[in-house]
Ligand binder design. Structure first.
Ligand code: AHR
Length: 664
């Protein structure tokens, strides 16, 4: 084959253009900078979108204690002798009892008069149905009292179409006037996403029932009355550094009477006073009238879960201010004592010895060892001088008793502007340890602000907690928001800026965490679920790659003009060293449609392994989304790539996020 001189020149020219077009990075592996905090990437949990009740809390019966505003919401009365089925039938009474008047007053009294099976009972619809698995054990329990007579409780799990897929029987004992807990278990014969539970009463006598409950046998760690294992596993897989709990606006309440109060969430579940969930009525466009907080997932379960998955607990407490979007009620400064006491007592509950009141309570609930709480948030999205005044009272009291507890303080709802600047200034003056910044913004904002923390004061003792953020494909609170690849890629690009500034930013969490496909109020969410399945969004994969490949120290990665890549040529990059695995971890985001060749030169090392690991998230379509039925449209792909001496060359595809791990 003959090649003319001209074509040879042309080829050489093309090769040199290609070389020039390479995106050349240099990593200064011998110049490690700040430590990446162990708590850098965490999760934000709030009971929104059926996150707890109907979600992570595995209870399948809705309104188990008849304490919803409408006592029979979620229930259907089955009485073949009554003309209407939704009334309190002639043999069914709803009664209030004085001894539990504060926490759980209502119960159901069933009068049986030689009542045959299948003629008198109740059907519970579950939370958007019940997700039932074939061959699994289900644990039914009830609080009951049978003064005389002989009664039986028959249980039937039925499909949406009415086919029976599991049956059980519970025979109450004669208990006189004393309430007792009764339990029975049974195994199912089929899988059904939208099952219902029939409860039939048979026999004679007066049977009082309350806390009718059904849990799957496969809860997280097999704990009775526990949490949905697949949802917790999704969190555990993230390897989060912390779990923020319980929110979110839910901390504040519409007014102070319905604020979140942690003391009401511990102890026996039947005594945890139910509260209307603020997301029940918050959005006129997404009303959820059956949304209540039973607190089955309360503060004890929260601390336990955080411990299980190795995350630091980060509780956020009410600061004496209700939601400023709602009533904006504030507790007068003179009346703040109970709020402050709640905070002090929570620290004692988590860390106190078993000889203290609240430490004893923790031990009685099954955890004598302390939970080792290190941080506490005071207020969620609170702002203005009223917040600062109240925060100062908390700060003084908490620091006096617990000087080592770090406080997380709110910078309000905006990431910039007058309100933010005021709080940011005041909080730094007060030497607040963590300033909680929130940004729910368009993807373009995330792309344009990857430099945000490059100019933050390195000397300030106040560190940033990016406590709630998520790319909004439409706008905040819009029902059209999507968890698409566009938002996830923008977040990945932005997070290079968080990582690069790990000396300033020490915690970050995407929000909200969970959304139930049939019961959401807010979009987007990190993880979507239905009654049986969980679905990672592209945003979840981004969070997971950051958290799983965190590294322990940042190292400089420089691009053009020896500057960090913060969007030049649509490229973003950060790098860390991981002392544990002795790896260099390089993250590169290509936010353009065009594939680019990246050349990464690693300076300051003697030798590198000949192979590096590459994980890529990529999709040509920025609108791509995962769904419950197609959960892997955007999913990580792993492969090995070659390392040539001290150089790694790879193609960073259009719209991609690449994580490269090179062994030193
Ligand atoms: O994450 C949803 C809500 O957004 C949170 O409850 C609140 O803190 C923020 O406004």
């Amino acid at each position: 084959m003959r090649i003319s001189v001209l074509s040879l020149l042309l080829l050489l020219q093309m090769a040199s253009v290609f070389a020039q077009n390479k995106a050349v990075f240099s990593v200064q592996a011998d110049k490690p900078g700040a430590a990446v905090s162990a708590t850098m990437w965490g999760v934000f949990f709030e009971d929104i979108n059926l996150g707890a009740d109907g979600g992570m809390y595995a209870e399948m019966i809705k309104n188990r204690s008849f304490e919803f505003f409408k006592p029979l919401m979620g229930w259907q009365i089955r009485n073949s002798k009554a003309s209407g089925t939704l009334n309190f039938g002639p043999n069914l009474l709803m009664i209030n009892r004085p001894e539990r008047a504060e926490t759980n007053p209502r119960y159901l009294q069933v009068t049986l008069n030689n009542t045959p099976k299948d003629s008198l009972g109740l059907t519970n619809e579950g939370f958007r149905g019940m997700g039932i698995k074939k061959g699994l054990r289900y644990d039914f329990s009830v609080l009951y009292r049978l003064q005389s007579g002989n009664a039986k409780i028959h249980l039937e799990l039925v499909t949406e179409k009415g086919e029976i897929i599991g049956t059980g029987v519970f025979i109450p004992k004669n208990t006189g006037d004393v309430w007792q807990k009764g339990e029975t278990s049974f195994t199912t014969t089929a899988t059904e996403p939208k099952a219902k539970l029939n409860i039939w009463f048979e026999g004679t006598g007066t049977l009082d029932v309350d806390m009718l409950s059904l849990f799957p046998g496969d809860t997280w760690k097999g704990r009775k009355g526990g949490l949905r294992a697949d949802m917790i596993q999704m969190l555990a897989d993230l390897k989060p550094g912390f779990i923020r709990f319980p929110g979110g606006c839910i901390v504040e309440g519409h007014d102070l009477s319905v604020r979140y109060q942690w003391k009401r969430t511990i102890g026996p579940v039947e005594d945890r006073k139910l509260l209307v969930n603020r997301w029940n009525y918050e959005f006129a466009h997404r009303p959820t009238p059956d949304y209540f907080q039973t607190f089955g997932l309360g503060f004890f379960e929260y601390f336990q879960m955080a411990e299980d998955i190795g995350a630091e607990p980060l509780p956020i407490l009410n600061c004496g201010m209700a939601c400023q979007f709602n009533s904006a009620e504030v507790a007068p400064l003179g009346d703040l004592a109970p709020y402050v006491q709640d905070a002090l007592d929570l620290i004692e509950f988590a860390n106190g010895s078993t000889s203290t009141k609240w430490g004893r309570m923790r031990a009685d609930m099954g955890h004598p060892a302390p939970f080792n709480l290190k941080m506490l948030g005071v207020g969620n999205e609170n702002w203005g001088p009223q917040y600062i005044e109240r925060l100062k009272v908390f700060q003084a009291a908490i620091k006096r008793e617990y000087p080592n507890i770090k406080l997380v303080c709110s910078s309000g709802i905006n990431h910039s502007g007058e309100l933010f600047d005021y709080l940011n200034g005041e909080l730094r003056e007060m030497k607040a340890e963590f300033i909680d910044e929130h940004y729910y913004s368009r993807p373009e904002w995330f792309l344009a602000n990857a430099k945000r923390y490059d100019s933050y004061d390195r000397k300030s003792v106040s560190k940033v907690f990016a406590g709630e953020y998520a790319g909004q494909s439409d706008k905040t609170v819009s029902v059209n928001n999507k968890n698409n690849w566009r938002t996830a890629l923008a977040e990945a690009a932005y997070m290079t800026g968080l990582e690069r500034n790990a000396d300033v930013v020490q915690m970050a969490s995407y929000a909200p965490l969970f959304g139930h496909v049939d019961g959401w109020q807010w979009k987007p969410n990190l993880i979507w679920v239905d009654n049986l399945k969980t679905m990672p969004t592209p945003n979840y994969h981004v969070q997971k790659l950051y958290a799983n490949y965190k590294g322990s120290q940042i190292v400089p990665i420089l691009y053009k003009d020896k500057m960090p890549a913060t969007g030049q040529d649509s490229l973003y990059a950060s790098a860390t060293l991981d002392k544990g695995s002795n790896e260099l971890i390089i993250k590169i985001v290509n936010a353009s449609a065009k594939a680019q060749t990246a050349e990464v030169n690693i300076d300051g090392v003697k030798k590198l392994d000949a192979k590096a690991k590459l994980v890529t998230l990529q999709n040509d379509d920025l609108e791509a989304e995962n769904t419950i039925d197609l959960p892997t449209v955007v999913a990580p792909v792993e492969k090995e790539i070659e390392v040539k001496g001290k150089k790694v060359e790879l193609e960073v595809k259009g719209y991609s996020f690449s994580v490269i791990r090179v062994k030193l």
